[in-house]
Design a protein around this ligand. Sequence first.
Ligand code: FSX
Ligand code: SF4
Ligand code: F3S
Length: 374
Amino acid sequence: MFASFSLDSPGVGEVSRRDFVRCCSLAAAAVGLGPLAAEDFVQAAERGQKPSVIWLQFQECTGCTESLLRTSHPGVDELILDLISLDYHETLFAAAGHQAEAALKSAMEAHSGKYVCIVEGAIPTKENGIYCMIGGRTALEIVNDVASKAGAVIAIGSCASWGGIPSADPNPTGASPVHEVFTGKPVVNIPGCPANPYNLLGTVLQYATYGTLPELDEENRPKFAYGRTVHEHCPRRAHFDAGRFAEKFGDEGHRQGYCLYKLGCKGPATHANCSVQHFGEVVDAWPIGLGHPCFGCTEQKIGFRMPMHATVEIYRPTPPDTYPPINAKQGTISPVATAVGGAIVGALVGGGYVASKKLSSTPDEQPPSKNAGV
Ligand code: FSX
Ligand code: SF4
Ligand code: F3S
């Protein structure tokens, strides 16, 4: 079903080892591991040590699957599928009905206790879960069965991690995240709508190669991807700091690429790495790169919970309000002496006056930030 890679020149349906190594390097870098880990990933794949992955889909749009497979460079999807053994995936399966059910059963038996269970989509809980049934079983039953026999459980996307779109008010089906309906072992959350595929790939390869999971934050998200806010490494941050904002879509500020905060950007409160790990391997293919505010898709309490264009609180003040007092304690020269000294050496009198004003100013006297009120 999937292409294979060749150590020699690639033939039809094959990808080169160079591309393969590149894909591994990106996955290793995504999880904060270096080139040695990438080599380990390659060697593990060459030994045929590919992690068995059982991918379940419930209340979702298949965007996470699409973002994994719809890459702009032909072959990357094949590389990904060469790195993992995707033993059950309803969207990609040629099989259907009883054949698909049999494939799930045999994959679970063959790799019991070792496979990676990836869940995409929320799980409905109202009316005993009847709003999502596959092969006569509710999503509730399936997730508990498959996850309980897995080596690791990963919730991919915001629906599986937090409930996402299906759980938005009034949540008629009682859509719930995986960690609320399955408590047998920790669930690694890789939120995003969709989630970045390299964050998933890096996590799965680390588990397959070393038997470990990345360090997680208090919401069980891998720290390598969710340890910092979008705002911290946003390419528009200089505009935020300088007080240059787009006021409405299409205005001059928007065309100039100014900060999108006033249009509702949730970047200051959203933990994600999409500003540095773009989608589909296309430069600038991420919300802010395309001119739209971040809507906080990775955050449990923001995406699908807050109005799209409402603004978030800024908890970290912005320079220049926070500049250290670099001109405090400058020695014993008084402002007057500075001005006089300026005159003596023949400098402009105005220049001496300006210098004296600068030396005498305290941080409290600095001009207010242009961002005041932001
Ligand atoms: Fe879609 Fe994924 Fe959004 Fe949800 O995860 S991209 S609705 S996060 O389930 O496919
Ligand atoms: Fe970027 Fe949004 Fe922060 Fe502006 S508010 S710098 S657009 S993350
Ligand atoms: Fe999501 Fe915001 Fe990134 S909406 S994809 S976290 S820029």
